[in-house]
Design a protein around this ligand. Structure first.
Ligand code: PEP
Ligand code: MN
Length: 360
């Protein structure tokens, strides 16, 4: 539901109070001429006539758009349209730097597929920290690392569990870098949200609606991967399960989809067209995961650079330390990029940004 009203603090406060009393959340958009209150939650308890009677209220209308909470456009009857601004997501590191995910600030998430040992992640995190200092991008780097791993075969390494989380916590204490880790089940959401700075929902859980709702009830930002064969619109519908529980800090992450033309040269196909489409259709930022999408380290830089050209808000990339013996990695060994190769991608990204801003 959308409520348009004259610009006046008292009028606005009264409307906000009425919305909250009905158990809904008011989201205020301050316009030049009018204030607009986008009402979120179950609006059935709110009567349009009741709201229209409030002083200053000009118009009240119900939204008919699909995936209402995350849609960029709220459409109603009589051609009423409201365009909402893109969401800016902030993650504060214990180093005092805030990672701001927004259209004007590209974010680098990198780290191992799985947390295998403290030594392994420490080496990676230390190098990432040095890269942050060297390029002045400390406030743009986030560490990744899976403690609970979804694996195709039950006999494969499935992560260190809470021991892995403890390692990530310790490394954050040391480096100040925030981290993202995957949550696989409803019963782990609360606990993991008390540790991680961002929760990841994996491709296999894209339509695990109970899990989506649980993640939507907690406050940490959510990196939400596309399902392995998910049509874009169904993915956005599913994201609404998170958003309508109150958590709109969602980053949609394209990680490749399976297609019938799938061959032996990559793991899945990247669908870069979702980047501008998601930006056009939703208020959410969009990331690319070139690692799971390609499955091969040699392809990762191509996908990474293409994502930049397409306007991605960031990437999540699996990396390994330069001296790591790839064969010994317990998870996704073929796709890990060495940190030296990752540094080249940082250089690429920064060069691109500079050229683009000079050209603009
Ligand atoms: C991951 O990022 O660790 C992962 C398992 O990715 P996906 O869910 O995209 O396969
Ligand atoms: Mn992986």
């Amino acid at each position: 539901m959308i409520i348009e009203l004259e610009k006046n603090d008292k009028f606005l406060a009264d409307v906000e109070e009425a919305v909250r009393k009905a158990g809904c959340t008011p989201e205020v958009i301050h316009g030049a001429m009018f204030n607009v209150v986008a009402v979120e939650g179950h609006t059935a308890n709110l009567s349009e006539d009741h709201l229209k009677a409030f002083p200053g209220v000009v118009k009240v209308w119900r939204v008919s758009s699909r995936y209402k909470t995350i849609n960029r456009i709220a459409k109603g009857p009589d051609n009423s349209v409201l365009e909402k601004p893109r969401r800016v997501i902030k993650i504060k590191g214990t180093d005092g730097h805030t990672r701001r995910i927004s259209d004007d600030n590209y974010i680098f998430i990198a780290g191992p597929c799985a947390v295998e040992s403290k030594e392994q992640v420490t080496k990676i995190a230390d190098r990432l920290k040095r890269l942050g200092d060297k390029y002045g991008i400390t406030d743009r780097i986030i560490l990744r690392g899976g403690a609970f791993k979804p694996r195709t075969r039950p006999t494969d390494f499935r992560g260190l569990g809470m021991k892995g989380v403890e390692i990530l916590d310790k490394i954050r204490d040391k480096t100040g870098m925030p981290y993202v880790t995957e949550v696989m089940s409803v019963d782990m959401v609360k606990e993991l949200s008390e540790h991680a700075d961002m929760l990841q929902l994996g491709t296999r859980n894209y339509q695990n609606f109970n899990l989506l709702e649980e993640v939507g009830k907690q406050k940490k930002p959510v990196l939400y991967k596309r399902g392995i064969a998910a049509p874009l619109e169904e993915w956005l519908d599913a994201a609404e399960y998170i958003a309508n529980q109150g958590n709109k800090n969602i980053i949609l992450c394209e990680r490749g989809v399976k297609s019938t033309t799938h061959g032996d040269y990559n793991r899945s196909h990247i669908d870069l067209d979702v980047i501008p489409t998601i930006k056009e259709r939703t208020i959410l930022p969009v990331f690319i995961d070139p690692s799971h999408s390609s499955g091969i380290d040699k392809l990762v830089p191509f996908q990474f650079r293409a994502a930049t050209a397409y306007g991605a808000n960031g990437t999540i990339t699996e990396v390994m330390h330069d001296t790591q013996d790839r064969k010994l990695l317990k998870c996704d060994a073929a796709q890990a990029l060495t940190l030296s190769d990752y540094e080249k991608l940082i250089q690429f990204q920064l060069t691109y940004e500079k050229a683009f801003s000079e050209a603009a």
